[in-house]
Structure formats: structure tokens, C-alpha cells
Design a protein around this ligand. Sequence first.
Ligand SMILES: [Zn+2]
Length: 126
Amino acid sequence: MHELSIAASLVESVEQAARRAGAQRVARVFLRLGALSGVAKDALLFGYDVATAGTLLEGSRLVIEEVAVAVHCETCRRDVKLSSIQDFRCPVCGQPCAQIAAGRELEITGIEIEVADDASLQAESA
Ligand SMILES: [Zn+2]
């Protein structure tokens, strides 16, 4: 299951960023996931739960924003959403479109962290 390794590297980079920010805990991670990213949402959520165990992200929530596939139509001169990823044709004029404008996203758009407000907490762990 390649979602598990994707989740693991995602957790790793978020944890690094969280540590740099002085976080005690990560509460939520926001991710944009395109329909063409090749990643199954449910499998990624499962992988996330596994990968976060024992990290700053343990118990946090992965919030996934799904991005539909859009192509750029030369004829209509604009980006149009595809009705099906089986059919790469403009739904407006019917021309074949190969220029993908959206749908490949697999990106972290934000994280929500908890920072200790008590300095003694940090002293304890030092
Ligand atoms: Zn078109």
C-alpha cells in the first residue's frame, strides 16, 4: 500500500516543521488531494493514523480537501472541470484536452499546532 509511505513522509515533514515552530502537539493537518494524484483518500487516512503513532502528530486529524480534475481547453480558452477522468475532452465544446490544469495536487496547505504556554514544560524535557 503506497499510501502508507506517502503518509509516513507527510508526517515526517509536518513533524519537522512543527518542531521548528516549537509545537508540543499537532492538532490538524490540511491537505489538498487531487483526483489524479493516484492516492486513495481512505487509504491515506488509514496510513496517517498508523504513521502518526508516537509522533507529535499522534491523535491529530488529517483534513483532506479533494480537488477535481480540470483541463485547459485551447478552444474555449479557459480551464474546465472534467465530468469524468476517463474522458479527457472539454465538456463544453467536446475538443480533446491534454493540458491538465488541476487534479494532481498532493500538498500540505496548513498545519494547526499547540504550543506550550508554560516555559517550565520545556525546561522539564531539556
Ligand atoms: Zn472547450
